[in-house]
Write a protein that binds this ligand. Structure first.
Ligand code: ATP
Length: 217
């Protein structure tokens, strides 16, 4: 993200990629403008929030016209640094890690998994979807040399902290942590934690205890 976006509240910034993806689809289908109600329906964010978010982007919708799709797209592209590729490394080529390497976020043209690491001799030296798998012993050297900014952690939880400690002195600024481990990091590193088991459990809990009103169906 560039300096300009620092003024955008974090909650708004988190919704940016969601808006961006939807607007790209709209643009591809030839639409020139979009109303906050249409956006709201598509991205499932209430329209008051959308209007407030968009006012931070300097996009003021006109009544009866909506928002200019091109303007928003160029703003998002600039803000999300779409022109600059962020190098990503994945650590732990197990089942989940392998799935990410195969997926490789190809629809997001600004992020690319450039390399992977593992300790398993049977995996080291191989490639998955053209991404090379290196020995963990080469971690610091390769991350620094290739200027990797983000790592995806898909190792067993017990290995997560030790790896995190090792990347402190590389240029890594962000960790997408798929392990259940809570990581201690220096202030200069941001961690986003995605615990799939917890997310699934929480969804099941909500379905049980807060069922959606289906009387309309
Ligand atoms: P698999 O079926 O390949 O064992 P899994 O996802 O069930 O995958 P995990 O035990 O979660 O297995 O391990 C994920 C991957 O992390 C494995 O490829 C394993 O070799 C690797 N791994 C384990 N410890 C480390 C470590 N300290 N550093 C890097 N990779 C590690």
């Amino acid at each position: 993200m560039n300096g300009e976006t620092l003024k955008i509240p974090q909650a708004t910034a988190k919704r940016l990629p969601l808006y961006y993806r939807f607007l790209k689809n709209l643009h591809a289908s030839g639409k020139q403008r979009v109303s906050s109600a249409e956006l709201s329906e598509a991205v499932k964010v209430d329209s008051a929030t959308i209007r407030r978010d968009f006012s931070y982007f300097g996009a003021l919708g006109k009544k009866g016209y909506g928002y200019n799709v091109n303007y928003l797209l160029s703003f998002f592209r600039k803000t999300l640094d779409q022109d600059e590729v962020t190098k990503v490394a994945l650590i732990g080529v197990g089942n989940l890690g392998t799935a990410f390497l195969n997926y490789n976020f190809l629809k997001n043209n600004n992020t690319k998994i450039e390399m992977a690491f593992d300790v398993d001799k049977n995996k080291i030296g191989k490639k998955i979807s053209n991404v090379p798998i290196y020995a963990l012993s080469e971690l610091e050297e390769r991350l620094s040399k290739e200027e990797v900014a983000v790592i995806i952690l898909t190792v067993p939880a017990s290995a997560a902290q030790a790896i995190t400690d090792r990347i402190k002195h590389t240029g890594v600024k962000g960790i997408l942590n798929f392990t259940p481990a809570r990581l201690n990091v220096p202030e200069s590193i941001r961690v986003h934690h995605i615990d799939l088991a917890v997310e699934l459990q929480s969804l099941v809990y909500f379905l049980k205890h807060y069922p959606l009103d289906d009387t309309e169906n």
